[in-house]
Write a protein that binds this ligand. Structure first.
Ligand SMILES: [Zn+2]
Length: 211
């Protein structure tokens, strides 16, 4: 049997009443909705159906707002998959950027690329010290082409590298080589897009070398 108006009013004023809980939930979850009007039993009765009818639309509006605020910078796939769910904040930032850039950082992290240090591991199984940077060999420099060489030293990538450092706001003077490589592998939210774009371009060019 439905509770009478007076019963509902009393439920609101009890410490553990469900009406009070409902009001708290509305207040904490919805930005633009006035929680139930509990001034008198009559205003309460009138405000329950109107308030409840507004909630689904308001929930969709809030989701859309959150979606639109991230759609230009975050991975669309992740946004679509997480639409309407609680937003996961502690996922690695590189997983939230656009797909090809996030994938480039993932490739860097698991050595799934064709820089000489990896390619020569399988092609003729050359010892590590023999997996040389071919660009630097033309300049009579004998140096292994590994991720650190590309990220920090190789003149071939200097222009893209300088652009990335500038766009990501990295301060090379305060970072050790190890810290710089850590920023490449696990960039902070503000750095992830520029770092990912850099590796995307590098791997894109390296992939074409032997095709
Ligand atoms: Zn080089």
């Amino acid at each position: 049997m439905a509770p009478s108006v007076q019963e509902m009013f009393l439920q609101y004023h009890s410490k553990y009443g469900w009406l009070r809980t409902l009001r708290q939930v509305i207040k904490s979850q919805f930005d633009d909705i006035t929680p139930l009007d509990c001034t008198t039993p009559e205003t309460l009765m009138a405000s329950i159906p109107t308030t409840l009818s507004l909630l689904p639309k308001q929930a969709r509006l809030q989701n859309d707002r959150k979606y639109q605020s991230q759609v230009l910078t975050a991975s669309r796939l992740l946004l679509h998959r997480n639409y309407g769910k609680p937003w996961i904040q502690d996922v690695k930032p590189y997983l939230h950027i656009m797909l090809p850039y996030g994938r480039a950082i993932a490739r860097l992290r698991v050595s799934a690329h064709k820089l000489e240090v990896e390619r020569r591991r399988y092609h003729n199984q050359v010892a590590r010290e023999g997996r040389l940077c071919q660009d630097c060999a033309l300049l009579d420099q004998v140096v292994v082409e590994d991720e650190e060489h590309v990220a920090l030293d190789c003149p071939s990538w200097a222009r893209w590298r300088d652009g990335m450092i500038k766009a990501a706001g990295l301060d090379q003077s305060t970072l050790s080589r190890k810290q710089f490589m850590a920023a490449m592998m696990d960039p902070k939210p503000g750095e992830a897009l520029a770092v990912g774009a850099f590796w995307h371009r590098v791997f894109g060019k390296v992939d074409k070398r032997w095709t």
